[in-house]
Design a protein around this ligand. Sequence first.
Ligand SMILES: [Zn+2]
Length: 349
Amino acid sequence: MFGNLWKMNFGRLSKTRWNSRFYSGSSQYRRFNNRQSNNFTTLIADPTARKYIGLTAGAGALFYLTHLEEAPVSGRMRFIWLPRSLELKIANYSYNSVLRETQGSILPSNDPLTIKVTKIFRQIVEAAAKDPSIDKELLQGIDWEVHIVNDPRAPPNAFVLPGGKVFVFSSILNICKNDDGLATVLSHEFAHQLARHTAENLSKAPIYSILGVVLYTITGADVFNRLILDSFLKMPASRQMETEADHIGLMVMSRACFKTEEAVQLWERMAQFEQKMKGAGRFAPEFLSTHPASDRRIENMKSWMPQAQELRAQSNCGATGGFYDDFQTLFGGRRSGQSVPSGEIASIF
Ligand SMILES: [Zn+2]
């Protein structure tokens, strides 16, 4: 979600530039295109320019290759140059901004629901600390804090910020249904941070900007370039991160002794909710979506299930699970009858 907030802001900035550049008449638009193509041809023909372009590209490639890191669980190599300190500063700014927006709706820290969700989240954090593939530095010195936003008008949502601040919107609890469903959501959100997806998104932002400028110099058509970048780079990367968060999240919740099969149930309920909200035939095709299609997601979950169940069996879960079934009572008893918000489905999923 944090990534999405950032993307929304970035999108707004880009749109403003786009508008000022192109909303000035169609004849000017054509002249501008021709000038860009000529500029590119001139640039490539100049040996000095070619030399500097080569040097810059070489330095860029070296920087890229020396800043590749391995993601936990999936082992995917990804480019991250953003220092952790800067990532935390940005997250803190974002935290304060979300706090301002949700002020007045956050349940107190001693509310039984806050206590319960915090307990589930801490169980997940403790399990992650036992995973050898996870960078323990990401878990040290973090002041974990769970906020329940009790606003029935807000769409179902939950997210974890890099600094350890967790937000759960009450409207998602109906879909979670039980502790294991909530653990699935929290593990997925936490997995985004365990894999440093926020830092990865912020690290790639300048690359997308540079590619945008290069493409614009060649084609002069901003809309076309945006389509290329979104379809072939940004959206596939986003879907890849979502799938990775599903995988890491499932492994972490299994290690934390939650019922693994409930993860599939949760995503099925989420798919049903999505269907109910958007109506049949109104879904964006997966290729154009930032998130994997629900069917694909559920199939993935099922394919990882043997690995997850084996991990759970090795985790000395024993009688753990004593507090599983009272979630529904706690939540349902106090907030039954609230209608599901008619807004769009949580963008985080
Ligand atoms: Zn996600």
